[in-house]
Design a protein around this ligand. Structure first.
Ligand code: G6P
Length: 613
């Protein structure tokens, strides 16, 4: 996820870009840059300074003693290529006349780059974006206008994008386009603007319009012309905005946690994007280990902390079932000190949204020293773990602000399950029918999670009813066991209530002794195979007076009949179920915390990134 902004027809384009980028930092901040048009030249400044990138960009441009009226700016959250200056946007064509900013992922960039290099183009970055700048340059050779060239180029790319393009040869023009990734335009007086999102423009104008998928916009001072994919002019769809800037950064939601819960379908889609070919085969190009080596593996060990550990536990069930490899999942802080037995026949996977958690980082270093091939599943490109590991598999959830992980966890499960399928592919352990069925379901996840999120009012109602409860037990079995652990952890983290997650089979080995009236048992009765056994557990706790919140699949009348409160989710196969089952548990924790008047984004005593032991 990145933030883009552009303006033409203003007196102070540079200030507008910098102010807008500051307000888009919640979309990413590992590097930032601007390109401005000055007397037929493109002036570009880019920086990569971690969380300070936009501030550094402001400092580095202070010396620029010129007034610009047209320019584009970008704040980046890397998905392809490290977050360094060379990979920062805007990207230029070979001639340096055309500059481009992009939010999204160009899936077929590698094949386009190959073709362009053969035609003599020189790439200076490791990004998917730069390829598009050169492709548009190529198209300007056969098209009469920049807009036509952009239209032709976009016809050749696959993926998600919101782009802004400026050219020294038409100095007052910005061409922008959208496919999947968000894009708005606005105007005030002679100034015309583009941006990823409302907060970037709110202090300049409230006359905003949404650009739809497939549309291309030409912005000039005092004019905005929107056309569809065929080039027909279409009317803009005005946006009615009554938010202030802070609310707008949260997309109008009350807090980042709600916003990030709603971003989960996108996080899933982006994590899958470009990794499953049109023939259904999995393509993971940054693992840095050959299919032959993967086929020779004898075991997998996953190390992680917190919610990432729960994502890893889900993956254990999937990898063992699909790739027939033994999988050990360990809490990183335990792994470090237990002298684990490892060699090069074991694949070690670190899982960490931040890529910085000290215990996971050290566990991975130890595994590497022991001769294992180490990869990391991380949400932050070029994080310490990504730099240390032999290979990487990035989740693409965009920056997460809420301390309690939400969208990054779902993206981790999806990424790890993709990896599990890839292992099954290279080891030929699944029939092609089974493989295709799983791929099909992976693609369905985005929509299923969206549907699940929409059921929030039912969860809010249950939370209201449970206002006086203080003890929660979450029970699950098989791949729903980690779901139970994640539900309990979310509740603890943000509501400060006592919550424990248990494997249903362990109930009789202790927890049953503390079940009494007043206890709330959240039973995850989804995912097929083990459902009956969870329902037996439910009978056991009900007969001891517990109140049961049942998470069950649509149409499951038996589960419904045993529930005191029912939370329904769409049905899916057991190994993919955790991705959507975790959603109502996030929402339950959220509402219980909000009802207690707590700050869900910044829970007490906790931190987003834990770089100390
Ligand atoms: C902290 C965060 C959790 C996260 C855990 C592991 O405790 O608050 O949300 O799950 O760290 O972080 P990592 O970045 O390694 O996934």
């Amino acid at each position: 996820m990145c933030g883009i902004i552009g303006v033409t027809g203003a007196d102070d384009a540079l200030d507008i870009l910098l102010d807008g980028l500051e307000r888009l930092e919640y979309r990413g901040y590992d590097s930032a840059g601007v390109a401005l048009i000055d007397h037929g030249e493109v002036v570009r400044v880019r920086v990569a300074d971690g969380t300070h990138s936009v501030a550094t960009l402001r400092r580095d441009t202070e010396a620029v003693d010129q007034a610009f009226s047209t320019g584009i700016g970008h704040t980046r959250w890397a998905t392809h290529g490290q977050p360094n200056e060379a990979n920062a946007h805007p990207h230029l064509d070979c001639a340096g006349h055309l500059a481009l900013i992009h939010n999204g992922i160009i899936e077929n960039y590698a094949e386009i780059a190959e073709d362009l290099v053969a035609k003599g183009h020189t790439m200076t970055s490791a990004t998917d974006t730069e390829v598009l700048a050169h492709l548009i340059e190529e198209c300007t050779k056969v098209e009469p206008t920049l807009t036509d060239a952009v239209r032709r180029a976009l016809g050749m790319v696959r993926g998600a994008f919101a782009i802004g393009v400026v050219s020294a040869s038409d100095p007052e023009l910005i061409v922008a386009a959208r496919q999947v990734s968000p894009l708005i335009v606005g105007s005030s007086g002679s100034a015309s603007y583009i941006a990823s999102d409302i907060p970037a423009l709110l202090d300049r104008t409230r006359e905003l319009m949404v650009i739809e998928d497939g549309e291309i916009v030409e912005l000039r001072p005092g004019s905005i012309r929107i056309t569809d994919a065929e080039g027909n002019e279409v009317p803009g769809r005005p946006l009615d905005v009554d938010w202030d800037v802070e609310a707008a950064q949260k997309d109008g939601y009350d807090d980042f946690m709600t916003k990030e819960i709603h971003e989960q379908p996108r996080a899933i889609a982006d994590t899958l994007r470009g990794r499953i070919g049109s023939d259904g085969a999995i393509e993971l190009d940054q693992l840095d280990i050959s299919p032959d080596e993967l086929a020779q593996l004898r075991a997998v060990t996953i190390v992680a902390c917190g919610s990432s550990y729960h994502a890893a536990m889900v993956a254990k069930y999937a990898i063992e079932r699909w790739a027939r490899l033994p999988v050990d999942v360990d809490i990183a802080s335990e792994f470090r000190y237990r002298d684990p037995v490892l060699d090069k026949s074991t694949l070690v996977i670190g899982v960490s949204q931040s890529g910085e958690t000290i215990d996971t980082l050290q566990a991975m270093r130890q595994a590497k020293a022991a001769g294992a091939h180490v990869i990391v599943v991380s949400n932050v490109v070029d994080s310490s773990m990504a730099r240390d590991a032999d290979g990487v598999l990035y989740t693409r959830a965009g920056p997460e602000v809420g301390v309690a992980a939400t969208k990054t966890v779902l993206a981790q499960i999806v990424a790890l399950e993709l990896l599990g399928l890839y292992l099954a592919q290279v080891r030929s352990t699944l029939s092609s029918q089974k493989f295709d069925d799983i791929v099909h379901e992976l693609f369905e996840l985005e929509g299923v999670v969206e549907k699940t999120i929409e059921r929030d009012p039912a969860v809010a109602h249950v939370a209201q009813e449970l206002a006086h409860a203080h003890d929660y037990f979450f029970l699950g079995r098989h791949a729903s066991f980690p779901t139970a652990l994640e539900g309990a952890l979310k509740l603890k983290e943000i509501s400060y209530l006592h919550a424990e997650g248990y494997a249903g089979g362990e109930l009789k080995h202790g927890p049953l002794a503390v079940i009494e009236p007043g206890c709330i048992v959240v039973a995850i009765a989804t995912g097929g195979e083990m459902k009956e056994k969870i329902l037996s557990n439910v009978s056991e706790v009900k007969s001891r007076g517990a109140t049961v919140v049942m998470l069950a699949e649509d149409g499951d009348e038996l589960a419904a009949s045993l529930a005191d409160y029912l939370l329904l989710v769409p049905a899916m196969s057991p190994l993919l179920s955790p991705v959507k089952d975790i959603v109502p548990l996030q929402q339950l924790a959220y509402h219980l915390a909000r009802n207690r008047g707590l700050d869900v984004d910044r829970p007490r005593n906790l931190a987003k990134t834990v770089t100390v032991e």
